[in-house]
Design a protein around this ligand. Structure first.
Ligand code: V47
Length: 370
């Protein structure tokens, strides 16, 4: 879309000054963010986001051959939105040994996996020695697999349980093979909402402080926001601007992923009347992220939570990454996600190509695969 024509796509006149800012590379404000959530002109907002996306990435859309593996579902925190957690004694409760993980990774469907993405519960029995052993054994057996492990709150928790500082915990994990961290656990930073959806979980400052520590050590991380539950637009804008402010200081976030709340089999969905997110909400989250997070290079459309069809369309609303083949997603599926638990590389490429974009296979650090 030629830049000069951007305004033609906008029907809500209140958005015109924002389009001007986008065209001139000027930063959007908190109030601009509120307007992006309030305006009914989704296609106008999408046009602005698409303009930014084209400027940064052209028609390239990235994906990775990835594998999810949760080392434990035992969790002592109490996140009301989570259907994955199990309390000790629950027949579903498990903790993988390093040998279990190796056995799983040896299966033929994992032969092309580039990225191992591990997030799990807060299990008080697991200490630093468990993670060092796990990471060393995985890297010894599968040296090409990139280890992307721990949300910021998991890292804080396991450092405390191990009786060492987060910095010492991180240093030892990196020495054992940890290479980057996923973006989960951020939920919504606003303390009042946090108190209602994840009572007792570490606060925003902890999440941001641990992310800053990772970045200062050269460990890149992703970032997320859980939307579509009891939060309001002002909470979402506040959350996104906190991520943007940290990125200004560190530059360590690789990608942002909006996580659409999945409503089944969790307390939050039973306590409040919450409806599934809609296509308009999901596309708006992608577009708002592209526009407000002007310093985070990659915006992912997480097909697992928003469906493959919408992820395809999201490429026209600011998304430049479709995440990956995934293999065995659990967290969203236990909360009712109806999408497949994995996609083939061929299918992902088709989703990208059919929408008019160029599929680019990447590794975890966005190096292009030959
Ligand atoms: O930390 C839990 C969230 C996260 C639900 O970094 C839920 O590349 C929706 O972090 N509905 C795990 N969300 C997923 C995650 C992620 C996903 C994709 C890519 C990346 C990345 C990271 O999912 C959890 C929590 O924030 N979550 N329960 C639910 N019912």
């Amino acid at each position: 879309m030629p830049a000069l024509h951007l305004q033609r796509y906008i029907r809500d006149e209140r958005l015109l000054p924002l389009a001007d800012k986008v065209l001139h590379g000027e930063r959007l404000t908190f109030e601009d963010g509120l307007l992006l959530y309030e305006s009914p002109d989704l296609s106008g907002i999408g046009a602005m986001a698409h303009h930014s996306r084209l400027q940064r990435h052209g028609r390239k859309t990235y994906y990775v051959q990835s594998r999810r593996l949760s080392y434990t579902n035992i969790c002592h925190t109490h996140c009301q939105f989570c259907a994955f957690q199990a309390k000790p004694g629950d027949p579903r409760a498990y903790a993988l040994s390093a040998e279990d993980a190796l056995r799983e990774l040896s299966k033929p469907e994992n032969a092309k996996v580039q990225e191992l993405h591990m997030t799990s519960g807060h299990n008080p029995k697991l200490r630093i020695e468990y993670f060092e052993d796990l990471f060393r054994k995985i890297k010894a057996a599968f040296p090409k697999i990139h280890l992307k492990v721990f949300t910021m709150v998991e890292m804080d928790y396991y450092a405390r349980v191990s009786g060492i500082s987060v910095e010492a915990f991180l240093d030892r994990c990196v020495a054992a093979g940890l290479e980057s961290c996923p973006g989960g656990g951020a939920e919504i930073f606003d303390p009042e909402i946090r108190e209602k959806i994840c009572i007792g979980k570490k606060d925003a400052d902890t999440w941001l402080r641990v992310a800053e520590l990772c970045h200062s050590k050269g460990v890149p991380t992703n970032c997320t926001m859980l939307y579509g539950h009891i939060e309001e637009a002002r909470h979402r804008v506040d959350h996104l601007l906190k991520l943007r402010a940290l990125q200004d200081r560190t530059g360590g976030f690789l990608a942002y992923i909006p996580l659409a709340y999945q409503i089944e089999d969790n307390e939050l969905g039973k306590t409040y009347e919450i409806l599934e997110t809609t296509g308009v909400q999901d596309l708006r989250e992608i577009a708002v992220a592209r526009l407000l997070l002007d310093n985070i290079p990659h915006i992912k459309a997480y097909w697992v939570m928003i469906t493959e069809g919408l992820a395809q369309i999201a490429q026209n609303y600011g998304a430049n990454d479709l995440d990956g083949t995934i293999i065995e997603e659990e967290i969203a599926h236990q909360a009712g996600a109806k999408t497949p638990q994995h996609l083939t590389k061929a299918h992902l490429e088709r989703l990208i190509r059919e929408a008019g974009f160029e599929p680019v296979e990447r590794d975890n650090l966005y190096h292009t695969m030959a």
